[in-house]
Write a protein that binds this ligand. Structure first.
Ligand code: CDP
Ligand code: MG
Length: 131
């Protein structure tokens, strides 16, 4: 059993996609074992995206996550880390396939609806940051 940290980003919450997104994880057999709807603080968001701190998109990304409510959850299940990222789809709208969350709902590289941990180390780190 793996745990992964998923965030429905502000555009996902504002566009009322929370139910749609949760349904996709639950349909796959995953369990949501913790969740909260919050307005994040800057320090937490910067820590979460620490690996990108020197990238040119960092400020735009942090400002975007801070602009409105986000829904943060821990999802648990077999191979949850990789499968949740497959369900989410590619960050680049030109590469995100139909049937994935990003492929179906996002057309922006920054405002791409969803975050999920990319490895066991990331999921442990991110769960500690948010919960
Ligand atoms: O979210 P994911 O792990 O798929 O992608 P990432 O490479 O770790 O980037 C984190 C987030 O930064 C993306 O989901 C986008 O929201 C944003 N990003 C961006 O705004 N511009 C880029 N050139 C790359 C990423
Ligand atoms: Mg990432």
């Amino acid at each position: 059993m793996e745990k992964t940290l998923v965030i429905i980003k502000p555009d996902g919450v504002k566009r009322k996609l929370m139910g749609e997104i949760i349904k996709r994880y639950e349909n796959k057999g995953f369990n949501i074992i913790n969740a909260k709807l919050i307005k994040a603080d800057k320090k937490t968001v910067k820590k979460h995206y620490e690996e990108h701190k020197n990238k040119d998109f960092f400020k735009e990304l942090v400002d975007y996550i801070l602009e409105d409510f986000i829904f943060v959850m821990i999802i648990e299940g077999e191979n949850a880390i990789n499968i949740v990222r497959t369900i989410n789809g590619h960050k680049d709208p030109l590469k995100a396939l139909p049937g994935t969350i990003r492929g179906d709902f996002a057309n922006s590289l920054t405002r791409n609806i969803i975050h999920a941990s990319d490895s066991k180390e990331s999921s442990e780190r991110e769960i500690k940051i948010w919960f």
